[in-house]
Design a protein around this ligand. Structure first.
Ligand SMILES: [Zn+2]
Ligand SMILES: [Zn+2]
Ligand SMILES: [Zn+2]
Length: 145
């Protein structure tokens, strides 16, 4: 059985004219199950535990494609990749990252974008995209402390 969320991503690949190859499906599956960002090597290790092998260059290329299609994002502070959970939501996708447990929350906020664009405009700069990652402690971890 293929999870319905993966099914959505598969549809995006198909409508953009990309083949849904076995490796692409496998990487999607691993990203979908993960709560944290994963490096190409993490993904390789998880697949190997399931008796599947992909070399990390292949995995990296697949991740790069997913990022271009907004199916996944690179998390700069963690150096890994996560599946996009905002579906086709417009605007810049941002992250709240817990430094204790590593979980990520993704959000998009148009007002925040407009504000940042205005700030940049004051310097004569035209913004095309915002990247933002907030590091801190998630609600679950702060309850435990
Ligand atoms: Zn996203
Ligand atoms: Zn946490
Ligand atoms: Zn923005």
């Amino acid at each position: 059985m293929i999870a319905p969320v993966i099914q959505d991503s598969i549809r995006v690949l198909q409508t953009q004219g990309y083949k849904v190859t076995k490796p692409r499906r496998q990487v999607l599956g691993v990203l979908e199950e993960a709560q944290k960002s994963l490096s190409p090597y993490d993904i390789q290790r998880i697949l190997r535990q399931r008796g599947k092998y992909l070399n990390h260059v292949t995995i990296y290329r697949i991740l790069h494609l997913f990022c271009r299609l907004n199916l996944a994002h690179k998390v700069l502070s963690a150096g890994g990749f996560v599946k996009c959970v905002l579906d086709k939501k417009e605007g810049c996708h941002r992250f709240l990252i817990c430094r204790c447990c590593g979980t990520l929350q993704e959000f998009a906020d148009d007002e925040l974008c407009q504000h940042e664009k205005k700030l940049a405009q004051n310097s004569g700069f035209h913004t095309e995209y915002h990247l933002s990652e907030s590091l801190g402690i998630c609600s679950d971890c702060s309850k435990k402390q």
